[in-house]
Design a protein around this ligand. Structure first.
Ligand code: GLC
Ligand code: CA
Length: 561
């Protein structure tokens, strides 16, 4: 069946047709931690190619590949020095073409990570830009004169006190041009100046170049930050953001059948309806973080830990489900390369690791949107608690230094790092119980989580009762029943302090998801409803009493209206 025919069958209107990504499941790969093919301790493209059958078995439709372009790796590839080449650490352009081809044979599309808010300071544009104010590339970046009197060498004070995400000032002085450049992330990630039409043209050209190579789509890194106005301290959601996005989409994405997903930390449902307008004028979907930022002290940083407000979590999910229905499209995720492992974070990575990992999967995958699985999530991989010397992430390393300087106790800082460090997600993929979890024959660039002997792919792939088995089944169900893609969401038991329950309704079909979010056994008032429905999936074997939900128990039912 062609996509069009399938679309018709599922009762979609013309505009909806071809939107394959609505019923797709996307798997994110962080290449340096996935699979190493040549023993240098760093994952690479050939490593990924060798695992495509594993992904085919899981059943995913697309791979979001974190950046593999040429990069000094100051921020693990989110600092690109050549957008049209592959970093030698990961392989060659031929390897990339092979990956696209081999994935295609398994009906898996490759989604590239486009880092367009900034480049590396080693990109030739920036190397040129630094040469002089009249260099044609100077205006590709965001420059300002300093403030106050000039000191030795002409240096003046920074234009303002804006801070960079990875610590320190957002302004860096360049003596050659006697100006500061703006960087929202590290000093090696100068912000690109989207106000410049020539820069925008260069970006469209490189995107079209990748489209020609056959990629299936793009993930747009911190896309809400491209339209900055540092003089007014505007970083996210600048006034010209959606104008830029519409032009970008028109000049590139709209020419092909792609999926595009915008990382937007500060999106509201209202903004998300612009980004993911069904008329296709901007992007396919947003990737926003409202639900996943709830366990921090309000107004503070992610390191300032607070317990998860469960009722608020339900409110947030419910609001996104309802307010985007028919008007936009959302991503469904618990994890990515910037977030700690969900089973350690909001599940239980001890006694109930398997049950809670499955519960979180069932809870998420029953909702509307495109689910993302981050490598190892399908195995129930956990956080790692290392000594500070074992961390590699620039954000973690800087945070540690800064907080100690500010007088925080070491134990407190380490508690934050163990809970929230991005390296929790970046420990090597656990393939088997052999040396280095089967990730590499060499010395891994970051320590393998010692629990790999118990938690690894080899133990799970053939076991239907494993976490892997649960994810595989969720993907299969999503393909089988249109209610997963189209059904209208309704939250149930919104005030219940333990249960997360909702329905999805489409035509005659109703889906019911009931999850016990915590480790105590609880009674569920939906027992009678459950009696009348067919159990599609659960995380416990026998059910004696319908109305009792055991620790982290989750059930998914199908029924008629
Ligand atoms: C995004 C990426 C993150 C990166 C940052 C700067 O948030 O997901 O890994 O450090 O942008 O590019
Ligand atoms: Ca390698």
């Amino acid at each position: 069946m062609t996509e069009k025919e399938l679309g018709k069958k599922m009762g979609m209107d013309m505009q909806e047709q071809g939107k394959w990504w609505k019923s797709a499941v996307i798997y994110q790969i962080y290449p340096r931690s996935f699979a190493d093919s040549n023993g240098d301790g760093i994952g690479d493209l050939q490593g990924i190619i060798s695992k495509l059958d594993y992904l085919g078995n899981l059943g995913i439709d697309a791979i979001w590949l974190s950046p593999v372009c040429k990069s000094p790796q100051d921020d693990n590839g989110y600092d690109i020095s050549d957008y049209r080449d592959i970093d030698p650490m990961f392989g060659t352009l031929e390897d990339m073409e092979e990956l696209i081809r081999e994935a295609g044979k398994r009906k898996i599309r490759i989604i590239m990570d486009l880092v367009l808010n900034h480049s590396s300071d080693e990109h030739e544009w920036f190397v040129e830009a630094k040469k002089g104010r009249d260099n044609p590339y100077h205006d590709y970046y965001v420059w300002r004169d300093g403030n106050g009197d000039s000191q030795d060498g002409g240096k003046r004070m920074p234009p303002n006190d804006m801070k960079a995400a990875f610590g320190g000032s957002a302004w860096e002085w360049v003596p050659e041009v006697q100006q500061y450049y703006f960087h929202q992330f590290s000093v090696k990630q100068p912000d690109l100046n989207w106000e410049n039409p020539k820069l925008r043209r260069e970006i469209y050209d490189l995107i079209n170049w990748w489209i020609q190579k056959g990629v299936g789509g793009f993930r747009l890194d911190v896309i809400d930050q491209i339209a900055k106005e540092p003089d007014r301290r505007i970083t996210n959601n600048g006034p010209r953001l959606h104008e830029f996005l519409r032009e970008l989409s028109r000049e590139t994405f709209q020419k092909a059948d792609l999926v595009t997903v915008g990382e937007a930390w500060g999106a509201t449902t209202e903004l998300a309806r612009l980004y993911s307008n069904p008329d296709n004028s901007e992007l396919s979907m947003v990737f926003q973080f409202e639900h996943i930022c709830l366990d921090q002290i309000k107004g503070k940083e992610k390191w300032d830990l607070a317990p998860l407000p469960f009722l608020k979590l339900k409110e947030v999910f419910g609001r996104w489900q309802t307010e985007l229905y028919g008007k936009g499209w959302n991503s469904l995720f618990w994890n990515n390369h910037d977030l700690p492992r969900i089973v350690s974070r909001w599940g239980n990575d001890g006694q109930y690791r398997v049950e809670s990992a499955k519960m979180l999967a069932i809870l998420l995958h029953g909702m509307q949107g495109t689910p993302y699985i981050y490598q190892g999530e399908e195995l129930g991989m956990t956080n790692a608690a290392y000594e500070i010397g074992e961390y590699r992430d620039i954000e973690t390393v800087n945070l540690y230094r800064e907080r100690l300087e500010k007088g925080y106790a070491k134990e407190e800082v380490m508690r934050s790092i163990h809970a929230k460090s991005r390296d929790n997600a970046r420990t090597p993929m656990q393939w088997n119980d052999g040396e280095n979890a089967g990730f590499t024959d060499g010395e891994p660039w970051i320590l393998v989580n010692p629990n790999y002997r118990e938690i690894n792919a080899a133990r799970q792939v053939d076991d239907g009762d494993s976490v892997f088995g649960c994810y595989k089944e969720l993907i299969r169900l999503r393909k089988k029943y249109p209610v997963f893609t189209e059904g209208r969401f309704q939250m149930l038991l919104a005030e219940d302090r333990n249960l997360f329950a909702y329905t999805r309704e489409e035509g005659e079909t109703r889906l019911l998801v009931v999850c016990n979010f915590y480790g105590q056994t609880v009674e569920c008032p939906l027992g009678e409803t459950m009696e009348t429905m067919e159990l599609l999936l659960g995380n416990y074997k026998e059910t004696e009493r319908m109305e009792v939900l055991r620790p982290y128990e989750a059930r998914m039912y199908l029924g008629k209206m």
